[in-house]
Design a protein around this ligand. Structure first.
Ligand SMILES: [Zn+2]
Ligand SMILES: [Zn+2]
Length: 474
């Protein structure tokens, strides 16, 4: 379920009007090629979709919905017994939705077979359900939605901006339930769904409310229309106490600004990348963490590359951890423990020192192909190789991919990853999956060298090749 959503931008450098795909905090101006960034002051990104219906179209839609059965003024069928329903005041209600997207991993075991389903996923949920109950999601639309950065001063006297009544935490719970929907199977002895790297954006969607007097109801009734598609959304009795009639939701001053995105040291444009958090300057080779609206310099830890390395450094979160399960009565803290428990472990891990701690690497990227990401991580995790850290210099020509998965989100991927690495299907393993806990002793961002082979990247330590586009868009 993917809804295309584009956001309009006024470029602060060239004043050109560009558009970029929703959710991207950093992007390139299509006119002057400046790299731009949404400035949110650390708050949730908010977009607003403007209504496409003109006043005349609303009146036509209203008459079609309410006066279809009535004779028109030049009717020959005799006198009209019912007076036509007249549209009153027209307002635009901006209904907020949480727009969530992320990578979904569903693991299951039937006792004879294990499965892992990985997919990119997005969904919208009402953030206020007091109005337009017929509109519960914005998913599955044929039209491309065009949005603008939210500006609390853009609204007029006939606009109503509904407040957020459902918190991000509630939306997150709903997101997990929605991602799990339809994947359950009674034959499964274990199953678990995880959303990794979920991003939440607020989307204000226009609902046109036409007031009219309905004889069946006391007070004012409003006929509601989808402000983009024009379809009717039924009628609702207008409760003045519940709706905020404050234009622009005055107590919540908010405006999305677009600013240039440059290295804080040398002023060179930083490479844009969807919802990236860490940026590497290709000019002076400094690494920046974007923290709210501040750029903080970070130290770079590299894994040793071969001499004459040509390729890309991919960021990984490296976790040193131990595992424990009460149900299976197991503690896995060392490579020797994993060798005993993992499928083919004694064979696969026979050359690794058994007393070394367990290490797992999670690509620090919200990638277009979540299945490829976890396979890559499982490949590295299964072999538990000692990958040497290199204190050496970073060459200025090196290609560094942006970090778009924060460490707490990468941690979420550990459960499906460990499920995949263990790979066993017997009863003891199912017990382990059902309750195992992860204790992280150390976590660090490291840059892993991948050699470039045309459109593919090669992991030089594991001799594993995969398409670059499964990790990076474009
Ligand atoms: Zn520009
Ligand atoms: Zn720089």
């Amino acid at each position: 379920m993917q809804t295309s959503l584009f956001v309009s931008t006024r470029c602060p450098e060239c004043n050109g009007s560009a558009r970029h795909l929703e959710g991207a905090h950093t992007f390139t101006c299509s006119f002057c090629a400046s790299v731009l960034r949404c400035q949110t002051e650390g708050r949730t990104l908010k977009y607003v979709i403007s209504p496409r219906l003109e006043r005349d179209e609303i009146v036509v839609a209203f008459n079609e919905a309410f006066n279809k059965a009535l004779p028109n003024s030049v009717s020959t069928s005799g006198s009209a017994e019912v007076s036509p329903c007249r549209p009153g005041r027209i307002k635009t209600i901006y209904k907020p939705f949480w727009y969530c997207k992320g990578m979904v991993y569903s693991c299951h075991s039937s006792g004879t077979k294990n499965g892992l389903d990985a997919r990119a996923w997005s969904h919208t949920f009402e953030a206020n359900s007091s109005v337009a109950s017929a509109l519960t999601t914005l998913g599955l639309r044929s039209e491309v939605l065009e949005a603008d950065g939210f500006d609390s001063e853009q609204f007029g006297a006939d606009d109503i901006v509904l407040p957020i009544t459902k918190s991000k935490e509630e939306a997150r719970k709903e997101a997990v339930a929605a991602a799990e929907w339809g994947v359950e199977n009674p034959g499964w002895k274990y199953h678990e769904t995880t959303i990794v790297g979920e991003r939440f954006v607020l989307l204000y969607y226009p609902v046109i409310a036409v007031e009219y007097s309905d004889k069946e109801e006391n007070g004012t009734t409003v006929a509601l229309f989808d402000g983009v598609a024009g379809t009717g959304l039924g009628k609702e009795v207008y409760n003045k106490e519940e709706s905020t009639e404050v234009p622009g939701n005055a107590e919540q001053e908010y405006r999305v600004k677009f600013v240039t995105h440059r290295c804080a040291n040398c002023g060179h444009d930083l490479k844009p990348g969807d919802s990236a958090l860490f940026f590497h300057c290709a000019e002076c080779s400094r690494l920046w963490l974007l923290d709210g609206d501040d750029y903080r310099q970070q130290k770079i830890t590299l894994l040793a590359a071969n001499d004459g390395f040509k390729g890309a450094y991919i960021p990984f979160w490296r976790f040193e951890l131990s595992l424990s399960s009460k149900a299976a009565g197991l503690e896995l803290g060392r490579i020797g423990d994993l060798a005993e428990f993992m499928r083919m472990g004694r064979h696969t891990l026979r050359d690794e020192a058994p007393e070394r701690p367990l290490r797992f690497f999670v690509p620090a990227m919200l990638a277009p192909n979540p299945g490829a990401v976890i396979k890559l991580a499982a490949r590295i995790g299964t072999f538990q190789k000692e990958l040497p850290v290199e204190p050496g210099e970073v060459a200025e020509s090196d290609d560094f991919l942006n970090v778009s998965l924060p460490v707490q989100d990468a941690k979420e991927m550990l459960r499906p990853l460990i499920f995949l690495v263990i790979g066993r299907i017997d009863r003891e393993a199912v017990k382990f999956y059902s309750d195992f806990e992860i204790t992280v002793a150390k976590k660090e961002l490291v840059w892993y060298p991948f050699e470039e082979k045309g459109a593919y990247l090669l992991d030089p330590f594991h001799n594993y090749t995969f398409p670059r586009r499964s990790l990076v868009e474009g």
